[in-house]
Design a protein around this ligand. Structure first.
Ligand code: 5AD
Ligand code: SF4
Length: 483
């Protein structure tokens, strides 16, 4: 008889989740699991990461934990002893890709019966996904969610020695775990979580259920991490949170906000500070004011709007109006005149009319966005919008997406063109993907810049004079005398 796993997780419930109270989350320091440390010696791991930067950062924690256990990294599926898929649930096509991938990986279990295959991240936070994995993918050995990465050593111990499937998905977030080992992917740019979870409950979004309630890290822990990264030579950090503007809202012992955090980070030696993602409702004037001071706070703001129609914004539960959004954008342009503004937009929200959509197009022009992630609405099980009446045909939604993208691409190009003949500072990431004689990096405004120069420049900030502007990138010349 199939084992009953129901005790291990509960279905994310919109009703239950909405009863959340703002409480301060306990902080626990990660304990090195000495007795399981050696388990990975002589073994190789591979992690595939899907979705957002939050998942990228979680993968770095998994890598840190695994390497502490003695595992070494490999890119080669045929020799891996452990493969983990760190998954994303934000849209249906992200989930379908993962299920396809799990199917494809089955063959490696045949070659190597000791291979451990794990599914982690946001998808298992939904009970129906776990049901499907248990029923249709019996060769998946390990299933865990977003709240218990720090338990990975114990899960692996059970999977390796107990030879039984390990399924543990916590429906309720626990503590904030500090000092988890971390193996960063990049030696000059780092992700730094400032908070976890989301309490916004936009009606289309699965994140408040998969990532739990809002929990802010202590300012001292964040500042210490950024100072340490600066000492190690890191040039850029991106502060991460689903809604960074809500940072500190859960502190019960102090009044300390995102603006306070940015102000304190301004005084660190970290050359470049970015953050994502912002929520227009919670983005306050104090934050605009501190950003106006510039310095190491980069002039690129990602401010998801989702729609230009008040009636759609209301149905999305975004809790701001078009007018409020425009006021904020105006305040930002006034404070940071050369700012680069980007956004996220959903088209085809249930029963979005042509008139609603036309308002989104008008908003895009009005805001001078220099980039946007655009999506067709995807119904996520158990979210309120999944049950909204939706009579718009998919063909119509696709046509709207195309119209929107044409306008957005125009914004990308205009955003790049304004740097023609200017000299910009570029943090050099490495060789261009298309030509290894060319270097690639990002400017302060977040523009991709390609130029020729010695490899020794990789990992440094250099000045590049822009000679050509394309839609997706800038071309320039490195001139030592400019540096
Ligand atoms: N359908 C389509 N797009 C979505 N997003 C979030 N949930 C959905 C969904 N159900 C988009 C939003 C968000 C971005 C990260 O993903 O635009 O800002
Ligand atoms: Fe999802 Fe962002 Fe809304 Fe939170 S603020 S519910 S993460 S779209």
């Amino acid at each position: 008889m199939a084992k009953d796993y129901s005790a291990y997780f509960t279905r994310p419930s919109a009703k239950e989740a909405r009863k959340r109270k703002t409480t301060q989350t306990p902080i626990v320091s990660f304990e090195a699991h000495i007795n399981v440390r050696h388990l990975g010696v002589g073994k190789q791991y591979l992690i595939q990461t899907y979705g957002c930067q939050g998942n990228e950062a979680d993968t770095e924690n998994m890598r840190g934990i695994l390497e502490q256990m003695g595992f070494t990294a490999t890119e080669d599926e045929t020799v891996a002893d452990l493969i983990i898929l760190n998954t994303c649930a934000i849209r249906e096509n992200a989930e379908n890709r993962v299920f396809g991938e799990i199917g494809r990986l089955k063959k490696y279990k045949k070659h190597n019966p000791d291979l451990i295959l794990g599914v982690a991240g946001c998808m298992p936070q939904d009970e129906s996904v776990v049901d499907r994995l248990l029923k249709s993918y019996p060769y998946v050995d390990l299933i865990f969610g977003t709240h218990n990465i720090h338990q990975l050593p114990y899960y692996l111990e059970t999977a390796m020695f107990g030879k039984e499937r390990v399924v543990e998905v916590l429906s309720i977030e626990g503590s904030i775990i500090e000092n988890m080992p971390k193996k960063r992917q990049n030696t000059v740019k780092a992700w730094v979580h400032i908070m976890f979870g989301c309490d916004e409950f936009c009606t289309y979004c699965i994140v408040p259920y998969t990532r739990g309630k809002e929990r802010s890290r202590q300012p001292e822990a964040i500042l210490e991490e950024v100072r340490q990264l600066a000492l190690e030579g890191y040039q850029e950090v991106t502060l991460l949170g689903q809604n960074v503007n809500a940072y500190g809202r859960d502190f019960t012992d102090k009044a300390y906000t995102f603006a306070n955090l940015l102000e304190d980070l301004r005084h660190t030696d970290m050359p470049r500070i970015r953050f994502m993602t912002s929520h227009p409702r919670d983005f306050d004037q104090a934050t605009v004011d501190v950003l106006a001071k510039g310095g190491n706070l980069m002039p690129h703001i990602h401010l998801p709007v989702q729609s230009g129609s008040n009636q759609v914004l209301k149905k999305m539960n975004r809790k701001y109006t078009l007018e409020r959004y425009l006021d904020l954008v105006d305040a930002l342009y006034e404070a940071i005149p050369d700012m680069s503004l980007t956004t996220d937009i959903i088209v085809g929200f249930p029963n979005e009319t042509e008139e609603d959509f036309a308002q989104t197009l008008a908003l895009v022009e009005r805001c001078r966005f220099e980039g946007a992630f655009t999506f067709i609405f995807s119904a996520r099980a158990n979210t309120p919008a999944a049950s909204y009446l939706d009579e718009t045909a998919m063909a119509e939604k696709k046509a709207r997406l195309q119209r929107l993208n044409t306008l957005v691409n125009d914004g990308y190009l205009k955003g790049n063109e304004r740097f023609l003949n200017h000299t910009v500072e570029v943090l050099v990431d490495g060789e261009s993907k298309h030509d290894d004689a060319v270097l690639a990096g990002y400017s302060k405004h977040g523009k991709l810049v390609n130029f020729k120069g010695p490899k020794a420049l990789i990992g440094t900030r250099v000045n590049v004079r822009i000679t050509e502007a394309k839609t997706w990138f800038l071309l320039g010349v490195y001139d030592e005398s400019l540096t």
